[in-house]
Design a protein around this ligand. Structure first.
Ligand code: SF4
Length: 219
């Protein structure tokens, strides 16, 4: 006989009841708790939850981590008439957790768009005596096209290059003083190599008679 199909867990379905009552069946743990939805893993995944609990009752690293995390949570919240309120920021939580765990090195995996926030977090952690290391999601500088993403599907399709004072390096018919004429050619071999790459890019050459700027866009 085929095993009965178990509903996939969907704790998200408790979002509404939590917003309304401030608790769920699993967090309340009391007879008056809200009912569990049919897909509640507390009901449907008892075996897996039981084996995970057995691990956390032991002396392994996961058990220690779980106990310290619970201790930090207990320290970082205070009881109010409206329920538990956080006393610490998440950064303070992290510092307390790392200190109680005895960690010295803290790795930060960050988004490229959060480097400023990351640098502030690093400063806080260093001031607290930790050794933070950080790496961003763009490390390696790989083009997404290299892993099969279509160029047009990227957030910034194509390449984009703004070339200030381009008339000092590339020949043109610009009348801006000190421009290289068509007869002068490209300034040097290095610039010639760059020009060869840019030949396939569309170019918009702007001039105000004093400065010239070229905007290249990769097709
Ligand atoms: S009561 Fe069950 S379904 Fe709801 S959040 Fe808790 S574990 Fe998830």
């Amino acid at each position: 006989m085929a095993p009965a199909e178990v509903a996939a867990p969907s704790c998200s379905s408790c979002g509404a009841v939590q917003s309304r009552l401030g608790k769920t069946s699993c967090s309340a743990g009391e007879p008056t708790s809200p009912p569990r939805p049919g897909s509640c893993p507390t009901s449907t995944q008892g075996e897996i939850i039981g084996s995970a609990l057995a691990e956390l009752r032991g002396d392994g690293p996961d058990a220690r981590l779980a106990r310290v995390a619970a201790r930090v949570e207990g320290l970082g919240y205070r009881q109010t008439e409206d329920g538990p309120q956080a006393r610490w920021t998440r950064v303070e939580d992290t510092v307390a957790f790392a200190r109680l765990m005895g960690y010295r090195k803290i790795g930060i995996a960050t988004c490229l768009g959060l480097l400023d926030e990351t640098s502030r977090l690093v400063a806080v952690l260093e001031a607290q005596g930790f050794e933070p290391t950080s790496v961003c999601c763009k490390a390696g500088s790989a083009d997404k096209c290299d892993v099969g993403v279509a160029d047009g599907a990227k957030i910034r399709p194509g390449g984009f290059l703004v070339f200030d004072n381009v008339n000092w390096y590339l020949p043109s018919d610009s009348r801006t003083p000190h421009s290289r004429s068509l007869g002068d050619g490209v300034k040097d071999p290095q610039m010639q190599a760059a020009t060869d790459v840019l030949a396939a890019w569309s170019c918009t050459w702007l001039t105000n008679g004093v400065n010239d700027t070229a905007i290249y866009v990769r097709p």
